[in-house]
Ligand binder design. Structure first.
Ligand code: NAP
Length: 272
């Protein structure tokens, strides 16, 4: 799989990761749980690393931790999770719990979920980064109404990552946030790359463009991810799934040529 440099460190990160919202919010007693090891296999076998979770996602952190702890060979995961609460002590307690649930003593990326109480959490994150408990600091959001605040934080505070909604039919970040991240050396993770699934429903009856095979693409999910990955400010996409077949399909977007500007414009014309 192709990799891109995290601007603040130059470390290489594989460009397709996994989102755990819903797909990993599963109890061991549920039938879907037994599919999840194969989701991780599909990610890792093709060189993927980034797994994104949050205390907001029900049991997802715990399920991720359980499955990684028994994964053979030892998992190469780049673990990203979030703090999603108000208050300094509450934030610390929640992040400590994430370490326990994920069964790890180091979290690669700790993000402030939806910027909730970010002024309070940022000093803790900086301190933990210095102490080596986390390696990178990030902020996240999922909606255009927050872009102004996201922009203000990016301009005022050095952070390593922005995680933000970006999809073929949800391109608002292209205007200001992606250029700003490029300018300030902030890595970009695209969340909701399929609009939670709505984008794929919109595309499913449309024929793929004639040039899809030339860019190594056999399906709409792959092409929708490649649209995002073809933006030079994007570091990684994290499609959410608990389905091994979907994961195997999605990782293929990390291979082969990216799209030209003309190809990207054709896709935009298709979704409006
Ligand atoms: N504020 C934030 O920080 C924030 C907000 C939103 C999301 N996120 C993160 O971003 C990740 C991605 O967003 P998301 O999960 O909300 O939405 P998404 O990735 O846009 O869409 C997920 C949906 O797409 C389906 N899907 C995935 N791969 C597919 C494929 N190859 N073919 C057909 N369907 C496919 C999934 O189905 P199945 O469920 O059946 O697999 C699921 O219904 C989340 O999991 C989470 O980690 C963060």
């Amino acid at each position: 799989m192709q990799t891109r440099a995290i601007p603040s460190s130059n470390e290489s990160l594989p460009i397709v990761g996994l989102g755990t919202y819903r797909g990993f919010d599963v109890e061991p007693s549920q039938p879907a749980y037994k599919d999840l090891p194969a989701v991780l296999d599909a990610l890792f076998e093709k060189g993927g690393k980034l797994i994104d979770s949050s205390p907001m996602y029900g049991r997802a952190e715990q399920t991720t931790g359980e499955l990684l702890s028994i994964h053979e060979p030892r998992s190469p995961a780049f673990l990203a999770t979030k703090v999603w609460t108000r208050g300094r002590e509450e934030g610390i307690a929640q992040m400590e719990q994430s370490f326990a649930l994920l069964q790890t003593d180091r979290i690669d990326l700790m993000q402030i979920h939806n910027l909730l109480d970010w002024r309070t959490h940022l000093p803790t994150l900086r301190h933990w980064k210095e102490a080596g408990r986390i390696r990178y600091i990030g902020i996240t959001h999922y909606t255009a109404s927050a872009y102004e605040e996201v922009e203000a934080v990016l301009k005022a505070e050095p952070v390593d990552f922005l995680q933000i909604n970006y999809a073929l039919d949800d391109r608002g970040v292209e205007k200001r946030l992606l250029p700003l991240c490029r300018e300030r050396g902030v890595a970009v993770i695209c969340n909701r790359p399929f609009g939670g699934g709505d984008l794929l429903a919109k595309l499913k009856d449309k024929p793929l463009p004639g040039w899809a095979a030339q860019v190594g693409v056999k399906s709409w999910p792959q092409l929708a991810l490649k649209y995002l990955l073809s933006h030079s400010a994007v570091t990684c996409v994290i499609p959410g799934t608990g389905n091994p077949r979907y994961m195997a399909e999605n990782v293929r977007a990390g291979f082969g040529p990216m799209l030209t500007d003309a190809q990207r414009q054709q896709l935009i014309a298709l979704v409006g």
